[in-house]
Write a protein that binds this ligand. Structure first.
Ligand SMILES: Cc1ncc(C[n+]2csc(CCOP(=O)(O)OP(=O)(O)O)c2C)c(N)n1
Ligand SMILES: [Mg+2]
Length: 319
């Protein structure tokens, strides 16, 4: 399957946008200019981008405590994500969600759910609604290796399976749940094997190769749209940094770190595109500059935006 050059460039640009966005956000946090906490998605960009490049606006995703990449990939405007991180009223959740609860249902992102595994049954329920209403929409749930040990994962995936729901379960296996290596909490080599317990396909993919992710997701999404039920896609990937901003990640084996950092999804895609003759060094620089200007603009927009008023705390409250 050939992917058109402009589509590949679009995916590359999105990955660069996520990486640069988080570089800036990280610095803003460290300098105390941005409130809250953050879990960076750096190193995993190929997963969100490769999957979401196959989705339509009306398709939905659920995300986790590590949502910046999913939000950008699904099309939440960068300005509104930045404003959300600055807790401003112009943020995608009016400044009340912050990093771990960002989203925008207008573009198909359910505000992120920081309860590990929490988004999996929600996506399953949304897919059930799409099926019952005979809508041509799919739901995708992004979650981590740690989440796949939660009961919510097993119950939801079984329901998705028995009802052949239009659904894709995307497990981002970055080898760690906080500081715990996956091998300490799971005897399986591949999380994708768990799919067989529920009678659905389980696929292992190189999560640091955006083209492999794109192709696997495309096939799974096509199956889901045809009414053939869910797929579990396990993307093997790696967090470039610690679990959260306060974690230097010193529990990680240096050799393991070296191997994975060398497989960085962005530099790999850069090399691939140059080899394919789709990108030049100059064009690459142009993309980077354009992305950086967009982020500068988003920061300025967010900083100039108003903060919510104390009485706003009672608005948009349903229970
Ligand atoms: C139900 C629940 N238990 C514990 C936590 C605390 N917690 C936040 S993130 C995390 C690790 C999750 O690991 P994984 O699912 O692999 O996602 P990753 O952080 O690697 O993206 C934990 C234990 C939580 N938020 N929710
Ligand atoms: Mg993990």
């Amino acid at each position: 399957m050939g992917i058109p050059g402009d589509k590949l460039i679009k995916m590359y640009r999105k990955m660069i946008l996520i990486r640069n966005f988080e570089d800036r956000v990280h610095r803003l946090f460290l300098s105390g200019e941005m409130p809250g906490t953050i879990h960076l998605y750096q190193g995993q960009e190929a997963v969100a981008v490769g999957v979401c490049a196959n989705l339509r606006k009306e398709d939905v995703i659920t995300s986790t405590h590590r949502p910046h990449g999913h939000a950008i990939a699904k099309g939440v405007p960068v300005k509104s994500i930045m404003a959300e991180l600055f807790a401003k009223t112009t943020g995608c959740c009016k400044g009340k969600g912050g990093s771990m609860h960002m989203g925008d249902i207008e573009v198909g992102m359910v505000p992120a759910i920081a309860i590990v595994g929490g988004g999996i049954p929600v996506a399953t329920g949304m897919a059930l609604a799409f099926k019952m209403k005979r809508l041509d929409r799919v739901a995708v749930s992004f979650f981590g290796d740690g989440a796949s040990n939660e009961g919510a994962f097993h119950e939801a995936i079984n329901m998705g399976s028995i009802w052949d729901l239009p659904l894709i379960y995307v497990c981002e296996n970055n080898l760690y749940g906080a500081s715990t290596h996956v091998s300490k909490v799971m005897k399986l080599k591949d999380i994708a094997e768990r799919a067989s317990s529920y009678g659905i396909p389980g696929i292992v993919v190189d999560g640091n190769d955006v083209i492999s992710v794109y192709k696997a997701a495309k096939e799974a999404i096509e199956r889901a749209r045809k009414g053939e039920g869910p797929t579990l896609i396990e993307c093997k990937t790696y967090r470039r940094g610690g679990h959260s901003r306060s974690d230097p990640g010193q529990y990680r084996d240096k050799k393991e770190e070296g191997i994975w950092l060398a497989k960085d999804p962005i530099s790999r895609m850069h090399k691939n595109l140059i080899k394919m003759g789709i990108l030049t060094e100059e064009k690459g620089k142009g993309i980077e500059n354009e992305v950086k200007a967009r982020i500068d603009e988003a920061i300025e927009f967010a900083q100039k935006s108003p903060s919510p008023k104390p009485e706003d705390v009672f608005k948009d409250v349903f229970a």
